[in-house]
Design a protein around this ligand. Structure first.
Ligand code: GTP
Ligand code: MG
Length: 189
C-alpha cells in the first residue's frame, strides 16, 4: 500500500484540493486514531503515535494508493492542551467537518474500556445535525481480557449507535482491519 503524507494543516486555506474521497479519524485524545490509521495502511511510521495525549496537532492529510485521503485529526478532551490552543483548533476542525465536500465517512473512535463520554456524544450529535456519515469503532479491544468484558464493552457502546454495529478494533492484533476496510471501500466507491 502506497501512502504519502501531504500536509499538516493548521488553517483551512492549507487543506489540499478536494480531488479524492476522504476518510476522517475522530475521537478523544489518546484513543488510538493515529495507531488505527497506521495499522490500516500497514505502516508504523506514517501517522505519529505517542503515549502522551495531544500528539497530533494539525489536520494531517495522507494520500492512500492515489485513491483516497486519510485525514488524521487532533483529539479532543485533553485538559493539558492550553485553552487557547483548543479554542484555535475548534473552528478549523469544524470548518473541515462541516464544509469538506469530499468527506465520505468519519470514523468515530471510542476506547472500548471507557465507551461514550460526554464529548463523544457531543461530537456524535454534531455529526448527525450536519448529516455526516460516521462509523463507530471500539479501539484498544486487546485490552479487554475476558469474553464478558468484551461483550459488556461492546454492548455499552452499541446502546448509543442507533442500530449500527460498532466495529471492535485493535492496532496490536489487527482485529477489525478487514471490517473497517470493507466499510471504507463501500462508502468511497
Ligand atoms: P492524539 O493524537 O493525541 O489525539 O492521540 P491518538 O488518538 O492519535 O492516539 P495514538 O494513536 O497516538 O495512541 C495513543 C496510545 O495508545 C499509544 O501509546 C498507542 O500505542 C496506544 N494504542 C493505540 N491503539 C492501541 C491498541 O489497539 N491497543 C493497545 N494496547 N494500545 C493502543
Ligand atoms: Mg494522533
Amino acid at each position: 500500500m502506497e501512502v504519502q503524507f501531504i500536509i499538516g494543516a493548521a488553517r483551512p486555506e492549507q487543506f489540499p484540493p478536494e480531488e479524492l474521497p476522504e476518510v476522517a479519524f475522530l475521537g478523544r485524545s489518546n484513543v488510538g486514531k493515529s495507531s488505527l490509521l497506521n495499522r490500516l495502511v500497514r505502516s508504523d511510521a506514517i501517522a505519529r503515535i505517542s503515549s502522551k495525549p495531544g500528539c497530533t496537532r494539525t489536520i494531517n492529510f495522507f494520500r492512500v494508493d492515489g485513491r483516497m485521503h486519510f485525514v488524521d485529526l487532533p483529539g479532543y478532551g485533553y485538559a493539558k492542551i492550553p485553552m487557547e490552543q483548543r479554542k484555535a483548533w475548534r473552528p478549523v476542525i469544524e470548518s473541515y467537518l462541516a464544509g469538506r465536500r469530499q468527506l465520505g465517512i468519519c470514523l468515530l473512535l471510542l476506547d472500548a474500556r471507557r465507551g461514550w463520554m460526554e464529548m463523544d456524544l457531543e461530537l456524535q450529535r454534531w455529526l448527525e445535525s450536519h448529516r455526516r456519515r460516521y462509523q463507530v469503532v471500539a479501539t484498544k479491544f486487546d485490552k479487554l481480557d475476558s469474553r464478558k468484558q468484551q461483550q459488556d464493552g461492546l454492548a455499552a457502546i452499541r446502546s448509543h449507535c442507533g442500530g449500527v454495529e460498532p466495529i471492535p478494533f485493535s492496532a496490536v492484533t489487527g482485529q477489525g482491519v478487514r471490517e473497517l476496510w470493507q466499510t471504507i471501500t463501500t462508502i468511497n466507491q
